[in-house]
Design a protein around this ligand. Structure first.
Ligand SMILES: Nc1nc2c([nH]c(=O)n2[C@H]2C[C@H](O)[C@@H](COP(=O)(O)OP(=O)(O)OP(=O)(O)O)O2)c(=O)[nH]1
Ligand SMILES: [Mg+2]
Length: 140
């Protein structure tokens, strides 16, 4: 149908340590491929946001979330699909890439980026309001 786009719910983690945020690069062949993202993925049926976030961050990065807090929900309509990003701040976790690591568990590029350098990266359009929220709040 012309006006029926899938609405995909996504758990997204803003993982913070020492004023740096962990970014992951989306593989070229995926939706919004080649852009940097906050790690995460689709929320499956019967999963809470926290369940999905824990599962995705473990799968993609080897990160074990201890605790997260909701930052915001972002709804965005791309040409080909609609997404509801349920964004959580993750400050308490175990494992994951070190600052020296360049690849995540799925072979994707990963990087710890200082908050003031986030502007140097290209993100999907839906991420603009998340980036604003990060820059305008004193995250430490
Ligand atoms: N993870 C993540 N997804 C984002 C961000 N911004 C944004 O528009 N998206 C969109 C892109 C995708 O359409 C969707 C996330 O899907 P995904 O491909 O990461 O889902 P997934 O990890 O479960 O992957 P898969 O199992 O389907 O391969 O949300 C972001 O910052 N992080
Ligand atoms: Mg993903």
């Amino acid at each position: 149908m012309l006006n029926e786009k899938k609405m995909v719910k996504v758990a997204v983690g803003v993982i913070i340590r020492d004023q740096k945020i962990l970014l992951s690069k989306r593989p070229d062949h995926l939706h919004q491929g080649g852009l940097w993202e906050f790690p995460g993925g689709k929320i499956e049926n019967n999963e809470t946001v926290e369940d999905a976030l824990g599962r995705e961050l473990a799968e993609e990065l080897g990160v074990q979330v201890i605790r997260s807090e909701s930052l915001m929900d972002v709804k965005h309509d791309y040409i080909d699909k609609s997404v509801l990003l349920q964004v959580h701040m993750v400050r308490h976790f175990i494992g994951g890439p070190t600052e020296a690591d360049t690849l995540g568990e799925e072979g994707q590029l990963v990087r710890w980026v200082p908050i003031e350098e986030l502007d140097h990266y290209e993100f999907p359009a839906a991420n603009q309001s998340i980036l604003m929220a990060i820059k305008n709040s004193s995250l430490s």
